[in-house]
Design a protein around this ligand. Structure first.
Ligand SMILES: Cc1cc2nc3c(=O)[nH]c(=O)nc-3n(C[C@H](O)[C@H](O)[C@H](O)COP(=O)(O)O)c2cc1C
Length: 307
């Protein structure tokens, strides 16, 4: 059985969600934070708060950087909080990030990647005073072409990496369009690091397909499939669990309570909590009610119809 990793999803898998998920839905090997980034040269306070929250589960912080300076600043901020593992985002397809050479926007820039991997190698080395940090990379096949990941592969193979997660799309595809299995096949054959598959997994059959097609795989990372069915990993592992909708309601209650504690006013709480259902499979009528509810009370009444 393969370890299941919960993909980082900005706006969804923040600390309250992760905590509630780990409480109600067993079977996740590793959670990741949505990417931490610099704003005007500083680490965002909001991102640090997310890291400081209680995490009684295996958590790897993720950073997004365009060069080795940003890498050093963010790595220091994360390690100052005691984390020893860091994931580097080389996959984000949002133009805001790619245009400035971050996320999948870094993949065509071999020299930038080389510099970052140089710093990774130094920080990974254990010495008599410290254990050494562990770095991983979450990436796409390229920004525009799968050739980009193939050009980087010799460099990646030489680097000290704990694992690579590969989402077999290019950045310009965003989150749609066919997964390029042929390109994943080639990367899988030549990659010397433990490799994790990510992309489009929504049910047990798809997990089994990936397991069979790639017997040397180190894990599977699932994002939207877990937002839709939070017990997918538990079902795969044969662990006792509630139904998907029962679990969604439990997680929702905890996340809504967290927003109610932290946010001011029902309108703000409603704005933050409503997208919770974006990827869930809901009866059309209830989805409409949830989307159209004007007050928190109306919203909660609609959600309670799911029970
Ligand atoms: C709303 C949204 C937010 C995302 N945020 C992040 C992020 O912060 N870091 C990251 O590496 N990937 C992010 N991703 C990509 C996912 O981690 C994942 O790679 C992608 O959704 C494909 O996997 P899936 O088909 O299992 O969802 C995001 C995706 C979505 C849809």
């Amino acid at each position: 059985m393969l370890p299941i990793h919960f993909a980082p999803l900005q706006g969804f898998t923040e600390s309250a969600y992760r905590l509630a998920h780990s409480k109600f839905a067993p079977g996740i090997h590793t959670y990741y934070t949505p990417f931490l980034r610099l704003e005007k040269g500083e680490v965002r306070a909001k991102d640090l708060r997310d890291l400081e929250a209680d995490h009684p589960y295996h958590l790897i912080p993720q950073i997004i950087v365009r060069d080795v300076d940003e890498f050093n600043t963010l790595t220091k901020a994360v390690t100052d909080l005691g984390f020893k593992e860091i994931d580097i985002n080389m996959g984000c397809p949002y133009p805001m990030q790619t245009k400035s050479g971050r996320g999948s926007g870094i993949l065509p820039h071999v020299e930038k990647v080389r510099e970052i991997l140089g710093a990774v190698s130094q920080l990974s080395q254990a010495d008599s005073t410290s254990e050494g940090l562990k770095f991983s990379i979450k990436m796409r096949l390229g920004l525009e072409s799968p050739d980009e990941s193939m050009h980087l592969l010799p460099l990646l193979n030489e680097a000290s990496l704990a694992h690579i997660t590969l989402h077999p799309r290019v950045g310009i595809q965003q989150y749609k369009g066919a997964l390029n299995f042929e390109a994943f096949d080639t990367f899988y054959q030549e990659c010397k690091h433990p490799l994790i598959f990510n992309g489009g997994i929504t049910d047990l059959k798809e997990i089994q397909y990936i397991e069979t097609r790639y017997p040397k795989l180190a894990g599977i990372m699932i994002g939207r499939g877990l937002l839709a069915n939070p017990v997918l990993a538990a079902q795969y592992a044969g662990l006792p669990c509630r139904t998907a909708i029962e679990t969604l309601l439990k997680i929702h209650a905890d996340v809504a309570a967290d927003y109610a504690r932290r946010l001011q006013g029902n309108a703000q709480i409603l704005d933050k909590i409503r997208p919770f259902w974006t990827y869930a499979d809901l009866p059309k009528k209830i989805r409409k009610k949830i989307e159209k509810s004007k007050t928190l009370k109306e919203y909660m009444d609609s959600v309670n119809e799911l029970a």
